[in-house]
Every structure is written in structure tokens, then in C-alpha cells.
Design a protein around this ligand. Structure first.
Ligand code: GLU
Length: 454
């Protein structure tokens, strides 16, 4: 069997880091198995559509190095797919289910549905469409149903969930799962405006695009029994499912915007390397080996296995991301770093800085910072003629004797032959010994003069 997977985002705004993980796992899985990775835009809910989100997803994928196959420009048949361009296909399929008795017409108004929910809540039962009392083709009968359809009365198409059924499926991460038909709602498949719901479009597409593995976030797990029933209703084979663990904050609560940035775009703007973000996100819920944490995309592809993914929620530890980024700051090739660094220096307003100089500054400070865009701020003294002095630091280390001592040091500096860290240090130490002070008296004074900061 050749592997075919898809990333199926809804264009409802920014790409969440959880979305990036889903996209990445699909990509890693496809590449690991020499399979195909498809991008499918799930925009059936047009009320939630946000202009620009598709472009944003494609742009970020490109930046992150996640590739999609079979796009039209590559001569492919499958995508990037847009569901809103395929509505006829879903309608035809809803029709098929009506024909074979696994779906039915329902004519209830929004008020009637509300009243039903209130009745159910009042009686202490979980709200669920009540097929036996509401206005649908079973309670109205064939003639009345035909009449209403002919009249174009507003209606939806619902899935007829077998009440006594047990829906079983295997999840590659969670194992064997079973849901009772009693707990599954008669899901709307086609809305009254004729648009399909996510469930119908998702299943029709996964089947027609020959998707072998559905890899998605845990929040979709409650939908999966409905999908399994839909596959069965169509008489189609069910794909393999893998539901990825939730992302949690450090307090083990669901990761939310309140904890800080969650949009991939924000991490990119904040100056994280794509290598670091990909590495970090890859390890949210999966870890190939216990003894290391830094992996390139090639290594991730090589090692990836869904069977090794965790069930338990994955903690989104921002400090770890910082650490990871600082690792890449130390190891990424100079030309890669320079390409990103030069615009940052420019943006900070420093003109005519040569690449050679920028690189030297970077090498000097990179052990002390975590992100590339820390450079212009942290090392401002390397780019400016005048810079602020930290008040506290100055008060602490500048004594009445300091200026005189440093002045005496200057001619000695001028005579030094090899201008390097070791010889400079030796000189400063020797001077300190000579005048009977600790080297630290010079170290802070010189740092104050040269950088202004602690
Ligand atoms: N459109 C869904 C989303 O926004 C996709 C869920 C799935 O992969 O089936 O995440």
C-alpha cells in the first residue's frame, strides 16, 4: 500500500502551532514512507472564513520546509484542494445516502431544534436530535416529505445513526476504541443552504483522494465515530486513524492564547528559526530517542514513527523552545544566519554595517542570547557611537578612582602587539596586580565603557 496523507486546515485565521504539528507529522509520515502529502482547504463553513488564511498557511509551510505534492503546478490531480469548489460532489454523495437509507431529510426549524434541546436539558439528558418526535421523513411519511421537497421547504440531510450500533475503530496512537451509537448525534450532512458540513466533505474527500492515514489532532476524535459510520454507509473502506495528543501549557491546561503566542506567524516574527520551531514542534508528542533532542528535518523524516507517538497531552514548554533556538543560533551555518541577521540590523536603523562585521558581532554575543533578533538590541554598542549606561551598574562599579586607573591603562593597550582576548586579559591582570587591586575592578569598568551594560 502506498501512503497518502493530507493536511486539511480550515481557513479561519492564523495557523496555530498545533496546526503546524499536524502538518509536520503528515509530512514526516509521507516522506518516511515515500508516500504523498496533500494540502486540502476545508472551507465548508463559509461564515468562519478569514481572508488571507490560505495564503498564510501556504506561505508558512513553504518557510518551514513542509512540502505538498500533487499541486496543480506540479501537474498533479489533487490540490491544493478547496472544498468550496467541490460542493456538487458532496451533494451527489448526500443523495446516495438518502437513496440507500442511511441518511434522511429533516425539516425542523431552528426554533424547533432549540425547543427540543431545552426539553432534553430540562429532563437531564444530553441534547441529541430526536428522530422519533421531530419533523423528518420518518415522522412525516413519504408523501408529506415529497410534497415539502417539491415546495422547496427548508431542510437538511441527516445521518441515520443506528441506535444499537457499536462503532469500533483502531487508532494508531490510542489503540482500539469503541463508541455506542446511542451517544452519536444524527449528524447534519447537508445544511439547509445546500452546503455540506465538515463531516460529509471530509469523508467524501478522504475517500476520493485515496487517503490511507488520517493524522489529525485529538479534538477531532469525537467526530471519528460519525466518520466511520459514513464510510460504512457508503460501503467504503475505513482509513487508518491517528489522533495526535493535545497541546498543554506548563500548568497542564489546554494551550491557549492567554499563555502567549500560539500562531506560527508570531514565532516567526519573534525571531525563532524555522529549524528550531520544527524541531521543537516535532517533539510535542513524540520522541525518537531519549538521549538527544536536536534533529534536522532529514533526521526527523528518517526516524518518524506514529506508533511511537504519545497518548498523553504534550506540554508546550516555551523555555525549551528558547533553549532549542539558542542551540541553532550556535550551530547554523554563517551564511544562513547572515541572511536573516542583515535585515534585522538594517531594521534597527544601523546603516552601512558590513556582513563581515555583523558576523563578528554575532559570534561574540551568540552564547548570551537566544534569538537572532536579540543581536541589534543586546549588542547595540557595537553599532552605535553613543549608548546608554545602565544606572545601577554604573553606581555599583564606578568608584572615584576608576577613571584614573583606566586612563593609565590606555597607553599600555596601545603598545600591545597581539590584540586578542588572552593577551588583553593578561595585560589587565598584570596591571591590577601592579597597583594592588582585584582584576574585577578593571573588568566592570572596561565593560561599562565599552558596552554600557552589565
Ligand atoms: N478541517 C479540520 C481542521 O480544521 C480538519 C480535521 C481533519 O483533519 O479531519 O483541522
Amino acid at each position: 500500500m502506498s501512503v497518502r496523507v493530507r493536511f486539511a486546515p480550515s481557513p479561519t485565521g492564523y495557523l496555530h502551532v498545533g496546526g503546524l504539528r499536524t502538518a509536520l507529522y503528515n509530512y514526516l509520515f509521507a516522506r518516511h514512507h515515500g508516500g504523498v502529502n496533500i494540502l486540502r482547504v476545508e472551507d465548508t463553513d463559509q461564515t468562519r472564513f478569514v481572508e488571507g488564511s490560505i495564503e498564510n498557511i501556504m506561505e508558512i509551510s513553504k518557510w518551514a520546509g513542509i512540502e505538498y505534492d500533487e499541486s496543480p503546478e506540479k501537474g498533479g490531480e489533487y490540490g491544493p484542494y478547496t472544498q468550496s469548489e467541490r460542493f456538487d460532489l458532496y451533494r451527489e454523495h448526500a443523495e446516495k445516502l438518502i437513496q440507500n437509507g442511511t441518511a434522511y431529510y429533516a425539516f425542523d426549524t431552528a426554533e424547533e431544534i432549540d425547543a427540543m434541546r431545552q426539553r432534553q436539558q430540562g429532563a437531564g439528558i444530553a441534547p441529541k436530535y430526536d428522530r422519533s418526535t421531530m419533523r423528518n421523513q420518518y415522522t412525516l411519511g413519504a408523501d408529506e416529505t415529497a410534497r415539502l421537497l417539491k415546495e422547496n421547504a427548508p431542510h437538511v440531510v441527516r445521518l441515520k445513526v443506528p441506535l444499537t450500533a457499536e462503532v469500533r475503530f483502531h487508532d494508531m496512537i490510542r489503540g482500539d476504541l469503541v463508541f455506542s451509537g446511542r451517544d452519536i448525534d444524527d449528524q447534519i450532512l447537508l445544511k439547509s443552504d445546500g452546503f455540506p458540513t465538515y463531516h460529509l466533505a471530509n469523508v467524501v474527500d478522504d475517500y476520493s483522494m485515496k487517503i490511507t492515514h488520517v493524522i489529525r489532532g485529538e479534538e477531532w476524535l469525537p467526530s471519528t465515530p460519525k466518520h466511520v459510520l459514513l464510510y460504512e454507509a457508503f460501503g467504503w473502506p475505513v482509513p487508518q486513524f491517528a489522533h495526535l495528543p493535545l497541546l498543554l501549557d506548563v500548568n497542564k491546561k489546554k494551550l491557549s492564547k492567554r499563555d502567549g503566542d500560539v500562531a506560527v506567524e508570531d514565532f516567526r516574527k519573534a525571531g525563532y528559526f524555522k529549524e528550531a520551531l520544527i524541531n521543537f514542534v516535532a517533539l510535542l508528542g513524540w520522541n525518537p530517542t531519549a538521549d538527544r533532542e536536536i534533529f534536522s528535518m532529514e533526521e526527523l523524516i528518517d526516524l518518524f514513527s506514529l506508533e511511537k507517538a504519545n497518548k498523553a497531552g504534550a506540554v508546550f514548554d516555551r523555555q525549551k523552545l528558547e533553549w532549542m533556538n539558542s542551540q541553532y543560533l550556535r550551530t547554523l551555518p554563517d551564511d544562513v544566519l547572515l541572511k536573516d541577521l542583515m535585515p534585522l540590523i538594517e531594521e534597527a536603523g544601523y546603516k552601512n554595517v558590513s556582513e563581515d562585521y555583523a558576523l563578528k558581532v554575532l559570534h561574540l554575543v551568540r552564547e548570551r542570547i537566544t534569538k537572532l533578533n536579540d543581536v541589534p538590541r543586546f549588542a547595540d554598542y557595537m553599532f552605535k557611537e553613543e549608548y546608554e549606561t545602565e544606572e545601577e551598574y554604573f553606581k555599583k562599579h564606578w568608584t572615584p578612582e576608576t577613571a584614573e586607573r583606566v586612563k593609565n591603562l590606555v597607553p599600555k593597550f596601545e603598545k600591545i602587539e597581539n590584540w586578542n582576548a588572552a593577551d588583553l586579559e593578561a595585560l589587565v591582570k598584570a596591571e591590577a596586580t601592579e597597583i594592588g587591586v582585584k582584576p574585577v575592578a578593571f573588568i566592570h569598568a572596561l565593560r561599562l565603557i565599552l558596552t554600557g551594560k552589565s
